[in-house]
Design a protein around this ligand. Structure first.
Ligand code: AMP
Length: 215
């Protein structure tokens, strides 16, 4: 089962990726996570990506493709993989298609997490992440027991620099201009399944399982 999770920033792609990986043993490939890891290492790729990420713009396709191809090359045939945050435009979708075809692989399902703008702004500006273990909290909906401290490992919580309201609005605009067209792209290929992502995490996940024929 090879899946793409498509949706605006804050639709819950990361959260549902984690749940799908846990339940089906898929390999999780998040280009945002791969880029943030490069940034942390201060590698040339990370340094190139930083200015785009800080602004909420897309990192150039060539940079992202290099990371993606590396991740796909590391996949062992088995349970499948899940792409989170990739592709972000039609050119990336085309390159993905070619890369997979050359490895005799394909995408089985594109799950489109449909979320409204108000929900995204509330979710992202309140999101806090543990520096040590990556656990995700929300200042209102899922606060930690002690403010600023991770319940799971005691690590410090931080706000992603691109989760401020100004940058969230810019990311939404970039999504609308560059990524939204992929909904029709995959609809035309008859592999798109739409899910209401305004609901609670568990309700949305229930819908995802239905679309995957697992419920
Ligand atoms: P994400 O964690 O998916 O929200 O991504 C965070 C940031 O990383 C985005 O705002 C982009 O700057 C960059 N990014 C992640 N995935 C891609 C991609 N497929 N293409 C271009 N830029 C990306």
């Amino acid at each position: 089962m090879n899946i793409i999770l498509l949706g605006a920033p804050g639709a819950g792609k990361g959260t549902h990726s984690e749940m799908l990986v846990r339940d089906f043993g898929l390999k999780h490939i998040s280009t945002g996570d791969l880029l943030r890891a490069e940034l942390k290492k201060a590698s040339p790729v990370g340094l190139e990506a930083k200015s785009y990420m800080d602004k909420g713009s897309l990192v150039p396709d060539a940079v992202v493709m290099k990371l993606l191809v590396g991740a796909i090359a590391g996949i062992k045939h088995g349970n499948g993989f899940l792409l989170d945050g990739f592709p972000r435009n039609e050119s990336q979708a085309g390159m993905l298609q070619e890369e997979l075809a050359s490895r005799n692989m394909n995408i089985d399902k594109v799950l489109y997490l449909n979320v409204s703008k108000d929900v995204v702004i509330k979710r992202l500006t309140g999101r806090r992440i543990c520096k040590s273990c990556g656990a995700v909290y929300h200042v209102l909906n899922m606060p930690p027991e002690r403010e600023g401290v991770c319940d799971k490992c005691g690590g410090d919580l931080y706000q992603r620099p691109d989760d401020t309201e100004e940058t969230v609005l810019r990311r939404l605009e970039v999504y609308r201009k560059e990524t939204e067209g992929l909904i029709n792209y995959y609809k035309a290929r008859k592999i798109l399944a739409e899910v209401n992502a305004d609901l609670s995490r568990d309700d949305t996940y229930g819908l995802i399982l239905q679309k995957l024929g697992k419920k």
